[in-house]
Design a protein around this ligand. Structure first.
Ligand code: CUA
Length: 155
């Protein structure tokens, strides 16, 4: 079988790209520790409002400039919908949904989670600059999807 020289070159480019991409993936996940916000635990969405920590959503200080934000997403709001932290705060977001699939993305950060009923998502971010960040639901969740938002105020 004769393979055309351009075809051969194209196959090598494809193979090289595959190696580069797999290498990048391995480096960012193993060396840099960047992971998807995997589910931490499971909860019964029907009971979640009565179970800790979701029976008391809000922001709590857990250490020196360390905070924990427990968030409930439901049609069509985040609870709490305003989070205030000082500049430099390292905030661990622990969130879930009480009803349907919602999104939780904080603009101008890499924080992006899916709120799945029954699953708890967790992710940490350090806010190094003063200002406001919009929190947006970016999974279509029904008629009020477009009004489902909140904000993080870094002061
Ligand atoms: Cu909640 Cu879209």
């Amino acid at each position: 079988m004769r393979v055309h020289v351009y075809e051969k070159a194209f196959l090598w480019v494809g193979a090289a790209l595959l190696v580069v991409i797999m290498g990048t993936l391995a480096y960012t996940s193993l060396a840099m520790g960047i992971h998807l916000p995997g589910h931490v635990m499971q909860v019964d969405p029907a009971q979640v409002r009565t179970l800790p920590p979701f029976d008391n959503p809000g922001v709590r200080q857990t250490g020196e400039n360390k905070y924990e934000a427990v968030i409930l997403g439901s049609a069509w709001q985040f609870q709490p919908n305003e989070i205030r932290v000082p500049v430099g705060a390292e905030v661990t977001f622990i969130a879930t949904s009480t009803d349907v699939l919602h999104g939780f993305v904080i603009e101008r950060t890499r924080l992006n989670m899916m709120l799945i009923p029954g699953q708890v998502a967790k992710n940490t971010y350090t806010f190094t600059e003063r200002g406001e960040h919009l929190i947006i639901c970016h999974e279509y969740c029904g008629a009020g999807h477009h009004v489902m938002y909140g904000k993080v105020i870094v002061e």
